[in-house]
Design a protein around this ligand. Structure first.
Ligand SMILES: [Zn+2]
Length: 125
């Protein structure tokens, strides 16, 4: 069985779901990013550092434990910087979700970070 060409995929930059569009009918398999903005701004060095920090923090906790994304941001950036990097941190978390390594928790339930509003926590999948 061939995979559904319109099956959703996740952006390699921001980790958000890419919505199929008619203009991609011919090259959907090659689409990697949700937008021009994401295509021009693939994950930065700090974004990659955030991904590994999130995983390292979680691997050092008890099984099933979760962390707040700000813990990773504070581990990578200094005190003056980390608050400005929270969207960068969320993007890193979404990429890890896309890679099947992480899940996003809100009020004890797994949620979609594209839609989640308010505080979230991260947990290994
Ligand atoms: Zn994107």
């Amino acid at each position: 069985m061939t995979p559904d060409p319109r099956a959703s995929k996740l952006c390699l930059s921001c980790g958000r779901e890419i919505t199929w569009r008619k203009k991609w009918a011919a090259n959907w398999e090659q689409v990697r990013y949700c937008s021009e903005r994401c295509r021009r701004a693939p994950p930065s060095d700090s974004g990659v550092a955030l991904e590994s920090t999130i995983l390292a923090l979680l691997e050092n906790r008890a099984r099933g434990a979760s962390i707040c994304p700000s813990e990773a941001a504070r581990a990578v950036f200094d005190a003056a910087q980390w608050r400005r990097e929270m969207e960068n941190t969320r993007r890193a978390a979404r990429r890890l979700v896309a890679a099947g390594k992480l899940e996003i928790i809100q009020n004890g339930h797994v949620v979609d970070l594209s839609r989640a509003k308010g505080p979230i926590r991260l947990r290994l999948r």
